[in-house]
Design a protein around this ligand. Structure first.
Ligand code: GLC
Length: 553
């Protein structure tokens, strides 16, 4: 394979790992995770093979939305350490070749942020216009309220100053007014500050709210994103913005910044994620296959961020009501598992009934779908949720390092799950010792994903598998091909693929030691275990199969 894949565009085939410093590892025995603890675990993360860490908000916060309510953008939450600890962590991560990005939460601040305190103190305060005020708020669309269990409006009346302020999320999170150029400058300063300390970019929280929900409307909201990206590019050409844009593809594409990709470098693919869950619920490939077929290609240097679970609820807002009910029935039938009427507050293994074959298949799928996989801490060992915790906190329990827990020498601030998903049943230490563990499977998938740049860089085609329960796709780049098959059903099956241009090629399974010969006319029969998967590299006839391909420069 030609060496056309350059690590200049490192995000194209990164493996991103999202973690919350607060729940990863406690380094000072107070029951709360911190930067010192995280720094001790960098070798674990490097050994897993991930290439980019995404840190959830670690800034000073009253913690009424798990840190997504910030009171100081230029500092570290004292519970998690100091700026000095942060810099030591960055140095260690860099030493192990890991890039780091952080949540950029600038749609809003905490209502306890000094800016908001100033703003609400008087109508003529210089900070007044940093937020969005109205005498007569526009009528709300209840459908649009993000947290319907707690809020029923986007507007809250501020008694002291006699006006309403906008809050797209909780009422304690007033929206910043990005129509104000001073606010936009300040946001750029925040980016610049953390980039100077080594960050390679940001996961941008709630992007459509940030640029669309402004009053008065930003004249050209997308220019703001493009300006931010250009600013970052001037400072560091390899920096990225990974956006949370949960919109249909046709509305989402504009957030990449048109054909040139001048805005967000990557967008999460919420559509494929939801369709993948429908496929898993139905044991049928079609829901996911049709989403992949309909998905536009991102602009040249941009990429999709692929995920199955994250730190929020599994949102099912982009499937129909009937489809959502199907997924609820399959993976979260009890009311306590559901949230906001549209999501599930569960982790993947519990939803899949703890069936390791199915769990392994789901992650094989995640890593082989075209895009950059983003995993949430604990997914690699199959952690479960704690439904006793409130709301979305169910999936944000401490990392399980050993049978005793291993997160902290003290009692963890947040309780871990009990029963079949308690630390003595699910932990890193045990899985390191077991060759068939989920952790080892993740390591293999990550290694293979990095060795198959076709998956991230190539042209993807969804193939006709001839079997409703099997998804088959191939990715081609520079004359090299990887063919991938996934069996959504719990019965062993053979699939017949026709790979017209690969006649007489040898397909080498990169996950086991099997090889298959493609017939002269392109037909090949592939046996699949129940919930089995295969990643197959095609090599031309009479050439030794090349299973460890060329990777990046
Ligand atoms: C995003 C985050 C979520 C947070 C919200 C408000 O959706 O993913 O966790 O509560 O923004 O900041």
């Amino acid at each position: 394979m030609r060496l056309t894949y350059t690590s200049d565009l490192w995000w194209k085939n990164a493996v991103a790992y999202c973690l919350d410093v607060e729940t990863f590892k406690d380094g000072n025995a107070d029951g709360v995770g911190d930067f010192r603890g995280l720094t001790q675990q960098i070798d674990y993360l490097a050994g897993l093979g991930v290439t980019c860490l995404w840190l959830m908000p670690f800034f000073p916060t009253p913690n009424r939305d798990d840190g997504y309510d910030i009171t100081d953008f230029y500092s570290v939450d004292p519970r998690l350490g100091t700026l000095g600890d942060f810099v030591e962590f960055m140095r260690t991560a860099k030493d192990r070749g890991l890039r780091v990005i952080a949540d950029l939460v600038v749609n809003h601040t905490s209502d306890r942020h000094p800016w908001f305190k100033q703003a609400r103190s008087a109508k003529d305060n210089p900070y007044r216009d940093w937020y969005v005020w109205s005498d007569t708020p526009e009528p709300d669309d209840p459908e649009q309220v993000v947290f319907p269990d707690k809020e029923n409006s986007f507007w809250e009346f501020d008694k002291k100053s006699g006006q309403y302020y906008l809050h797209s999320f909780y009422k304690h999170q007033p929206d910043l007014n990005v129509a104000n150029p001073e606010v936009r400058d300040e946001i750029a300063r925040i980016l610049g500050f953390w980039m100077e300390l080594g960050l390679s970019g940001f996961r941008v929280d709630a992007v459509p709210f940030l640029i669309e929900n402004v009053n008065p409307k930003l004249p050209s909201p997308h220019d703001f994103l493009a300006d931010l990206r250009a600013f970052m590019g001037r400072r560091d050409g390899g920096s990225i913005l990974l956006g949370e844009v949960n919109l249909p593809y046709k509305d989402l594409m504009g957030y990449f910044g048109g054909g040139n990709g001048t805005e967000l470098t990557m967008c999460f693919d919420f559509i494929s994620m939801q369709r993948a869950w429908l496929s898993l619920a139905r044991c049928e490939a079609e829901p996911l296959a049709s989403a992949l077929r309909a998905r536009p290609r991102p602009p040249k240097d941009c990429q999709w961020g692929m995920f199955l679970r994250n730190h929020d609820e599994l949102t099912l807002d982009k499937v129909t009501d009937e489809e959502r009910e199907e997924i609820f029935a399959a993976f979260g039938p009890e009311k306590t598992m559901q949230i906001y009427g549209r999501g599930l507050r569960r982790r993947l293994p519990t939803m899949l009934g703890g069936d390791l074959r199915r769990v392994k298949m789901a992650y094989s799928l995640l890593f082989s779908l075209p895009g950059t996989p983003v995993i949430f801490y604990g997914e690699e060992i199959g952690m479960g949720e704690n439904l006793d915790a409130a709301g979305r906190m169910a999936v944000r329990t401490p990392m399980q390092w050993s049978p005793e827990g291993g997160f902290s020498p003290a009692e963890p601030d947040r309780p871990m799950p009990g029963g079949a998903y308690a630390p003595d049943r699910v932990n890193v230490a045990d899985q390191k010792r077991r060759p068939d563990s989920l952790l080892r499977w993740f390591q293999l998938l990550i290694e293979r994903y990095r060795e198959c740049p076709e998956l991230a860089w190539g042209e993807t085609t969804v193939l006709d598998s001839g079997h409703p329960g099997v998804l088959a796709h191939r990715c081609d780049a520079d004359g090299a091909s990887v063919v991938v098959v996934h069996n959504f059903t719990d019965t062993a099956t053979d699939v017949d693929l026709s790979l017209d241009d690969l006649g007489e090629h040898v397909l080498t399974d990169l996950l086991t030691d099997a090889t298959f010969e493609v017939a002269r006319k392109g037909g090949v029969r592939l046996p699949l275990d129940p919930h089995g998967s295969r990643w197959l590299r095609a090599a031309p006839p009479k050439v030794a199969p090349d299973d460890a391909s060329v990777t990046s420069q």
